[in-house]
Design a protein around this ligand. Structure first.
Ligand SMILES: [Ca+2]
Ligand SMILES: [Ca+2]
Ligand SMILES: [Ca+2]
Length: 110
């Protein structure tokens, strides 16, 4: 399992790559990144980041607003999901700071 929660990604599309040349199993076989049964190729993972896009639809719209509103003033928002992403900051509470950040991305898309 990857934990990229400590990385602050900019909004946009990203690609993470695990280099096969650095991953060897106990039988001295290199990573089979594409799962075709033959080792030696990298594993590539494409993903996106858009603050306020709680349903990963690559836009911030009324669906996201509904998800945010359902988490409003929740406490104890901790990793890995931070109250479904609504508690974006380290304070653990879905509060006005999170609402401001959400509003700054309202109707954003890519
Ligand atoms: Ca392969
Ligand atoms: Ca969305
Ligand atoms: Ca907060």
């Amino acid at each position: 399992m990857w934990d990229l929660s400590v990385v602050d990604f900019n909004d946009g599309n990203h690609t993470a790559t695990i280099l096969a040349s650095l991953i060897i199993d106990t039988g001295d076989n290199y990573l089979d990144g594409n799962g075709d049964g033959s080792g030696g190729d990298d594993y590539i993972y494409d993903f996106h980041q858009l603050l306020g896009d709680f349903d990963n639809s690559q836009n911030v719209d009324f669906i996201d607003y509904s998800l945010f509103a359902n988490k409003w003033q929740d406490v104890n928002c901790v990793e890995p999901c931070w109250c479904g992403g609504a508690g974006c900051g380290p304070d653990g509470v879905v509060d006005n700071n999170d609402l401001t950040a959400f509003a700054e991305h309202w109707i954003d898309s890519f």
